[in-house]
Design a protein around this ligand. Structure first.
Ligand code: PMM
Length: 270
């Protein structure tokens, strides 16, 4: 099966890449429908910005942001994932129709998350994470980033399984840009095979991240703004697809769908 495209739907006032644009439920649902028309396989609905230094919304605020949007998109037939670190939000999102829980902390931020995911029985995206956004860029020291991330994710797998989550619920994500410098992100992209060899579906999220904005910019120069990082993002989609990953999480769905068509056409011609 080909690589799936997860379209990003941030219902937040302050995401780094598309902050505020889809902040009302109506605008968010309309954008979700647009991403589906472009070919998104999954819509990832989040109500908390994880950009470095972002403030966390209170739980009620997060629920108010995501639940109506999830309910509406699920009703329209979309396969929805909820991007949350809160167990209560995950539980209510599943009730509202979400069929995947995407937790950038891999269950570390909320001790109740494993239990909620275990009883919901839905796929669970476990991302590599080293702490909330105000701390993460102080935690970028690795011996060997590929080995260290694989080891940390394996530990998350053991811990989650010990708490009742089934192995076949798990999807692993290297967490590009989370407690990582540009070189770490490139190393992880270069060695996706190591992550794949852990034996789980892999999700990769490079979309519009700062390391793509700095490509070709001289030291000390201004990085390209997020909206001008979609071509580079689509190029990483090709790399991820060639490595055989399960899915890519992107803002601009159309360009990644096109990139995947190129990969499929080349594969078919082999
Ligand atoms: N990146 C962001 C948010 N959620 N979830 C997963 N699984 N993987 C990621 O890389 C990831 C994520 C940050 O990007 P955004 O603020 O544009 O959503």
């Amino acid at each position: 099966m080909g690589t799936l495209v997860m379209g990003v739907l941030n219902v937040t006032p302050d995401s780094f890449s598309d902050g505020g644009r889809w902040f009302t439920p109506g605008a968010a649902v309309a954008h979700g429908m647009h991403l589906l028309e472009q070919g998104a396989d999954i819509l990832d609905v989040g109500g908390e910005s994880t950009r470095p230094g972002a403030d966390r919304p209170i739980e009620e605020e997060e629920l108010d942001r995501v639940i109506p949007v999830i309910r509406e998109l699920a009703r329209a037939g979309a396969r929805v994932s909820v991007d949350t670190m809160r167990a209560s939000v995950a539980a209510q999102a599943v009730e509202a129709g979400a069929v995947i829980v995407n937790d950038v902390s891999g269950g570390l931020a909320d001790p109740q998350m494993a239990g909620v995911v275990a009883s919901a029985g839905v796929p669970f995206v476990v991302m590599h994470w080293r702490g909330h956004s105000e701390l993460m860029q102080d935690r970028t020291s690795y011996d060997d980033v590929v080995v260290d991330v694989c080891r940390a994710l394996s530990e998350r797998v053991s811990d989650l399984c010990a708490r009742g989550v089934a192995r076949d619920q798990l999807i692993l994500d290297p967490g590009l840009g989370f407690a990582k410098l540009a070189g770490h992100n490139w190393s992880l992209l270069a060695h996706l095979d190591a992550l794949q060899s852990l034996g789980f579906p892999v999700l990769v999220g490079t979309s519009r991240k700062a390391f793509l904005g700095r490509l070709g910019i001289p030291e000390g120069g201004e990085p390209r703004p997020p909206a001008q990082r979609d071509v580079a993002t689509a190029a990483t989609t090709v790399i991820a697809a060639l490595a055989g990953v399960w899915g890519v999480r992107v803002h601009d769905v159309a360009s990644s769908i096109d990139a995947l068509r190129v990969v499929a056409a080349v594969e078919a011609a082999r």
